[in-house]
Design a protein. Structure first.
Length: 285
């Protein structure tokens, strides 16, 4: 069953009415479920759910904890993949809490490497670009030319994502390279800020981009989807982030929106958010 447009309570109603066993949902959908009033949640029986598969965007750890407390310890699965390579890694229910923040282990037949700009492999714990060798790495896009030569080497594909492997082989994704904000020569990853913002009880969802700054080059700007009737003030959010994020990572400006622009896969269209701020400037949005 597909919901178009998506509505959180309608999703619960369908799960209850049709005794849905498996649900594939991007994090934004699940965050909207969490934002529903407790009385609304209580009207629906979700006990039929045996698996929730989520991915396509970072999944806040607080959301994972909420889902596990609400639905049980064996329901939540997280997956990571790319159109160019197919599925890459998965996080099984038993690792959701024991490995906070992980994107899991590689699927059978998949190799994951963390590399620097010159394709040199990096050690566990070192952050670099995620490169993958899967049975499904493509060599060209349908109707277009081959993949850029600098994205493929020895069967490995550079995903454009930043992350690291731990000593146990679990993958941790930091962010997309193209979404990284460079402020005063320091790299800031929006996903870290977004995860902190959605911890606020009045924030349903958040997206952070870099906008021009005369002195530092870029500065973070946050788009906020607030809970109904509970819109926080800018000062509330700045104070909330104090102690959760370093000062240079904290947005000083917030824009409140009814919803974030999403592509069909459920990923936030950050290019659309950035474009008005970078038109006419030397930046690839």
């Amino acid at each position: 069953m597909l919901l178009d447009p998506y509505d959180a309570e309608s999703a619960l109603r369908l799960i209850d009415a049709h005794r849905v066993q498996a649900w594939t949902a991007v994090p934004t959908m699940l965050l909207r479920i969490r934002a529903l009033p407790p009385a609304t949640m209580a009207r629906y029986d979700l006990s039929s759910l045996q698996a929730i598969n989520t991915g396509a965007a970072p999944v806040p750890q607080s959301l994972k904890v909420w889902l596990i407390n609400r639905l049980g310890a064996n329901v939540l699965w997280e997956v990571y993949g790319a159109s160019e390579s197919g599925m890459i890694s998965y996080t099984a229910p038993e690792h959701q809490l024991s490995k906070p923040g992980t994107s899991g282990l590689p699927y059978d037949g998949v190799e994951i490497a963390i590399v620097d700009e010159r394709w040199n492999p990096l050690s566990p714990g070192q952050t670099g670009e995620i490169a993958v060798n899967t049975p499904m790495v493509i060599d060209h896009y349908l109707g277009h030319g081959p993949l850029p030569v600098d994205t493929i080497k020895d069967g490995f594909y550079r995903t454009g994502d930043v992350g690291h492997l731990d000593d146990d082989g679990f993958l941790f994704i930091t962010d997309r390279i193209k979404d990284m904000i460079v402020a005063g020569g320091v790299n800031i990853y929006p996903a870290e800020i977004e995860k902190a913002l959605v911890e606020h009880p009045a924030v349903v969802d958040a997206a952070v981009i870099g906008i021009p700054h005369d002195d530092f080059g870029e500065q973070p700007l946050a788009f906020i989807v607030a809970a109904n009737g509970a819109r926080p003030t800018d000062d509330d959010l700045v104070a909330f982030l104090d102690g959760r994020l370093a000062s240079y990572k904290r947005p000083r400006k917030f824009i409140y929106v009814d919803e974030l622009p999403l592509n069909p896969a459920g990923k936030v269209l950050k290019t659309a958010l950035r474009r008005p701020y970078w038109e006419g400037r030397q930046r690839h949005v």
